[in-house]
Ligand binder design. Structure first.
Ligand SMILES: C[S@@+](CC[C@H](N)C(=O)[O-])C[C@H]1O[C@@H](n2cnc3c(N)ncnc32)[C@H](O)[C@@H]1O
Length: 235
């Protein structure tokens, strides 16, 4: 492993806003902060998750605009998380945490109805392994337990496959299989920057101004950016 990476891992250990649980703390058991994020942040502000956050541009950017929300980025790669974590330290942001873990353990970290929004930005389309897609039914069923009623699930992607899979297969299938709960589409475009979105609130406008590392790369390659937003209804 490169020296630079080791340095980043060492620095991550010094950041109190980077949480790096051991596998045995989350595998088939609840992590100590599950249901207690309001204590961790010292307030009852809404919790917004950025899944597969990479360098965490969204969490850092939004945390600056919205000090009255708490942002948590999750990713397995420590060197990527380091970039966002360093910025959080430099800016003195109190409303951001990063969790270095597999998103597969998400239910070990969050209690029922604990999360207000989930953002999935430029996740791997997992062309060979549809079950591993972050919008597969496996993951939607995990989100269902942690999302508050009227919580939001948002996907931004360069991938035609992930966009079509989410829009036409996994979400409709979830809605058919789950009586009394459904993801209701509130925004949908496959050409975000050409056609714009139905920006139903200011948050949606703000997020358009934040480009993640991968988004910037895809835009430079002239890829069309897709955006889907759902409100989670459950009785
Ligand atoms: C294509 S990158 C996108 C990063 C960032 N969202 C961006 O737009 O720049 C995908 C990220 O997902 C993370 N990832 C993929 N599957 C994951 C999983 N099951 N658990 C945790 N992280 C995952 C990878 O480590 C990687 O950082």
């Amino acid at each position: 492993m490169g020296k630079n990476k080791l340095k980043k891992f060492a620095q991550n250990k010094t950041f109190t806003h980077v949480i790096q649980p051991k596998n045995e703390e989350v595998l088939h058991r609840d992590y100590r902060l599950k249901g207690k994020w309001s204590e961790e942040f010292g307030n009852h502000n809404p919790i917004v998750l950025e899944l597969a956050c990479g360098k965490g541009e969204y969490s850092v950017g939004m945390a600056e605009i919205y000090p009255d929300k708490n942002f948590i980025g999750m990713d397995i790669k420590g060197a990527r998380i380091f970039s966002g974590a360093k910025e959080v330290a430099e800016k003195g942001l109190q409303n951001v945490r990063f969790i270095r873990t597999k998103i597969d353990f998400i239910e070990s970290f969050f209690a029922e109805n604990e999360v207000s929004e989930i953002w999935i930005l430029f996740a791997d389309p997992q062309m060979q392994k549809p079950r591993k897609r972050l919008t597969s039914s496996l993951f939607l069923n995990r989100y269902k337990t942690i999302l508050k009623p009227n919580g939001l699930l948002n996907l931004k992607s360069d991938s035609d496959e992930l966009y079509a899979f989410t829009r036409n297969e996994s979400i409709p299938q979830f809605n058919l299989e789950n009586e009394g709960s459904s993801f209701q589409k509130i925004s949908d475009t496959n050409t975000l920057y050409e056609s714009g979105i139905n920006a139903f609130d200011q948050t949606m406008q703000d997020v358009l101004n934040i480009r993640t590392f991968y988004e910037q790369m895809w835009i430079e390659q002239d890829k069309k950016i897709k955006f889907l937003s759902y409100r989670y209804n459950h009785s």
